[in-house]
Structure formats: structure tokens, C-alpha cells
Design a protein around this ligand. Sequence first.
Ligand SMILES: [Zn+2]
Length: 318
Amino acid sequence: MVEVQVCTISPLGHPIPHNVINTVHEDNLHKLVWWSGGVMGRADSTYPHPDRWTIRNSPGRLPLDKIGVREITCALKHLRDVEPSCIKNWEDRIGRALPWRAIGENLAYGIGTNKDTSSWFKNILHRGLWLRGSSDSTERCRVCNSACETWAHLWQCPVWEPMWRNFVEITNELLPHMNRDPPAQYCAEFVFLGAMRDEHTLPRSLSLLHSLMWKFQIQDMYQRSQCEYYVINPTKTNTRALRRLMTRIHAHVRAAQIKRNLVEQRGGTITLRGINKRILPIARIGSEGVEWEENMRRWLTAAGAIDGEEGPATATEE
Ligand SMILES: [Zn+2]
């Protein structure tokens, strides 16, 4: 048996001793957890123990009960320094800083739905696509069978190369050139991420097309991995992406027209700058509906997309 002094606990947890001594059996003694001079509770039923935990990035790694506003501010400031691992992985591979904010905005404020962009987002941006030629394997590309299937090969796989080169070409026809340099180049950062010269990225409309091309390319790659006789025709893959793009643009324009009619019925006027900003430079909203930019119309027609798009055809004829 041991003698113990009876205490009550102040509102701040500090023990206030009283002139009462009790005797208790050792088995009934328990360790206490202390927080800054006060009692938190019994050690076996209290969480967290301040001397075993601290806050990440707090200076001096002080125990929890010694952490104040200064340490918390410092920890929160450093929170923003930590980059998602996909950003670091990409920059290590590409060898330069990439315009992540613009890439993210194209996704967050883009004209596609989740169904359109999630395949590119998960498989490419987050590098979730499973490639057979990892570091310890030399399995050949399931599409061209001519090189090891790696990220370094994927963007320049000869089967898909004409499709991506064609996309580079049309992008350069549609976008203004800075100092006579074409904004888009056939390179890994453009094919994978839509990153162009001088921190530029694709405008919203072409960014959606870029995601859609990846979506349908990945679908084809998956089909081929399921069946080696599956025939890949990149021209058709491209046409599927273009048709889906047209469907999305028509949907945006229809929504804008409905809104315009509603506003005009109430005697108001509405500017179409918002919708045009999203669908330029490939199309604009005219009096009859969607008006495709001339180069884009030629491309859509050549790809056979303009006659067989997913939605009702409302494209105007000149
Ligand atoms: Zn290949």
C-alpha cells in the first residue's frame, strides 16, 4: 500500500493539493499524461501524448503542448511547399518547370465533362497508365511492337505519331505565333500535357480535344492488350475524339442560346463573350449557332467528323 495525497483539478488541469492522505494499493496507481503543467488524463486512455507527437514542419519539432501560434504558422506556410508527386515526377522527366496552374485551370474550368477528361487525368497527368516496359522489364510496346513500352516511348510511338503531329500542326494553324515561332511543338510535354512554349498551354477548346485524343488512344491500347488482333486505326481514333469535341461544343452553344433567349424575352441583353472565350479559336457562336473556324472546319471535314458527330448536326454551311 502507498500513501497518496488527494488533489482536485483546477479548470486549467492543474492539481490543487488538499490536506487529505489516503492509502491505496499499487495496482490502483496509474500513470498520468501532462499537458503544459496540467493533467490530461490517464496515460492508457489519453490521446495524443504531447511528448510523442509533433506537427510536421514545425521548427524544433517541439512536443505538442509546447507548440504555439508561431510554430503552427510556420507549419501551415510549408504545407504549400509540398508538391504533389506527379508534378515532381513530370518535371524530373521533362527537365523543366511546367505551367501547372494553367494545366489545372484547363481541367477545372474546361468545357469537357468528367467522362471526357478523367482518362487523361488519371492515366497521363497522374501517370497511372500501366506500361509493360518498366525498369526491370523489356516488354515491347503493345501497339507498334518496335520498342520497349515506357513513358519515353509512349509519346513518340510511331503508330500514334502522325495523329499527334497532325494535332501540333492544327494547333499552330489556329493559334497566333509569337516572334514567328510556332507555339506548339511535337515533344513529350506537348503530347502528354499540352504544354507549349513560354509557359503557355492549350486554350480550353483544344485542351479538351487533347484529353479526348488520349481517352480514345488509351481505349485502343487497352483493347489491344486484351486481344493482340485488335486493329488500331489512329485516324479513326482521332475522328472519335473530334466527334466528341463537336458534341460538347454544340451542347455549350445550345445552353448559351437558351440563356440568351430567356434574357431577351425579359427585355435584357446578354454578351456571348463567355461562351466564345471557351470555344475559341476553333469555333464561335453566330446567329445560326456554331460557326467553325475555317481551318478547323477543313480538318473536321477531312476527318469525316462533321457529318457523323454524336449529337444533332447544327453546323452552318457557308
Ligand atoms: Zn509503340
